[in-house]
Ligand binder design. Structure first.
Ligand SMILES: Cc1ncc(COP(=O)(O)O)c(C=O)c1O
Length: 394
């Protein structure tokens, strides 16, 4: 049997990690992998997370199963983090998942259970795992245009025009904030307009929020999602704690269903328990418990907020520096969008050949579509990076 398995295409980012590792140049720069790095190039364990882990280690007296929905206090804390008081707590049902990826996978399965005829609409481009998981499950997909090729900001008119073709019941996948891979985001006014389109056409929004707190602030980043949640009948949300709590390997995430219908919520609750049971029984506890402890304790929460804010402002500073330096090097405003983008990523709009030249001639690694991880920058390399980009793009 094993020899009959279809060969898998290598993952582009994993391949890039290999190439970077094998490069012997000491001044090489990695802007590829999507993890946050601090000024020393490390992906640290956050102070509040470490403190909560110590507390958990000393207080935990059982490793028995928790429950199919996971830690309900964690789920409720995440509801508060994402939705604030936009909708009554009772209108939300949620269950813990292994990371944001797990939440997306589980929600896709629920969509298949509830409306097998739904088409899943996603932005072009989007995080590659969005279509990959849907494809593996046989879910019908369409894309909507997202990035304006000239401005490298959101092409909202094109997006709206395409989404008006979706049929009632179709699912619209949206990035809650900090769009990956582009870094271009909807304004609050655009979220409001989109909410009207979704309601008028009876579409179901599925929000993937994996970078809350990395853009304009914890509440600001969720403002669009909160507005939409308060105005639509139903919404699905996949939230990840990997980035904003730095707990990547602990696999911490949550799926939520927001509904004004009590019957709908009861069935969603049963479906969440079922898909968890079918795929892995109980979601992993450690990371979720740690996040719950951080959010429930005033001083740990404040320390987390402070550290998250440092990460956010650090990335913003790097964006401004790179945009400034590129304005100087190219003598144009062509790359000003980098300062307007938010989150960990920006797509620079370079050709694959230019990306390859950056790698071969300058030891600068980014994903083939010219997505850079802003958190992979350091102030001291920005001058060199801007010069290299100006050389290949000039
Ligand atoms: C857009 C987006 N959604 C979801 C995720 C899920 O992350 P994880 O499964 O590690 O929580 C990521 C991670 O890269 C992402 O970029």
């Amino acid at each position: 049997m094993l020899e009959n398995l279809p060969a898998q295409a290598p993952d582009k980012i994993i391949e890039l990690i290999g190439l970077f590792k094998a490069d012997t140049r000491t001044d090489k720069i990695d802007l590829g992998v999507g993890v946050y790095k601090d000024a020393s190039g490390k992906t640290p364990v956050m102070r509040s997370v470490k403190a909560a882990e110590r507390k958990l280690l000393s207080e935990q007296d059982s490793k028995s199963y928790v429950g199919l929905m996971g830690d309900l206090d964690f789920c409720d804390a995440m509801r508060g983090l994402v939705l604030g008081d936009a909708v009554p707590a009772g209108n939300v049902v949620s269950a813990q998942t292994p990371g944001g990826t797990g939440a997306i996978r589980q929600l896709y399965q629920m969509i298949q259970m509830g409306n097998p005829d739904a088409t899943l609409w996603m932005s072009d481009p989007t995080w590659p795992n969005h279509p990959a998981i849907a494809k593996s499950m046989g879910i019908a997909m369409e894309t909507y245009p997202y990035l304006h090729p000239q401005t490298l900001n959101v092409d909202f008119d094109a997006m709206q025009a395409t989404l008006s073709k979706a049929k009632p019941g179709d699912v619209i996948l949206l990035h809650g904030c900090c769009h990956n891979p582009t870094g271009a985001n909807l304004t609050l006014d655009q979220w409001k307009t989109l909410t009207d389109t979704i309601s008028a056409n009876k579409l179901l929004p599925l929000i993937d929020i994996a970078y809350q707190g990395f853009g304009d602030g914890l509440d600001e980043d969720a403002a669009g999602v909160r507005h939409m949640a308060a105005h639509v009948d139903e919404m699905l949300i996949a939230a990840s704690c990997s980035k904003n709590f730095g707990v990547y390997r602990d696999r911490v995430g949550v799926m939520m269903a927001v509904s004004t219908s009590e019957a709908g919520r009861a069935l969603a609750k049963g479906a969440m328990a079922a898909v968890n049971r079918l795929n892995y029984s109980f979601p992993p506890d450690h990371g979720a418990k740690v996040v719950q402890l951080v959010l429930a304790n005033d001083s740990l929460r404040q320390d987390w907020l402070d550290e998250l804010e440092d990460m956010r402002t650090g990335m913003l500073g790097l964006r401004t520096s790179l945009a400034d330096e590129l304005r100087r090097e190219t003598n144009s405003d062509r790359f000003d969008f980098i300062a307007d983008h938010r989150g960990m990523f920006s797509r620079l709009g370079l050709t694959p050949e230019q990306v390859l030249r950056l790698r071969d001639e300058f030891g600068i690694y980014m994903v083939g579509d010219s997505r850079i991880n802003v958190a992979g920058l350091r102030q001291e390399i920005i001058g060199r990076l801007a010069k290299a980009i100006a050389t290949v793009a000039g």
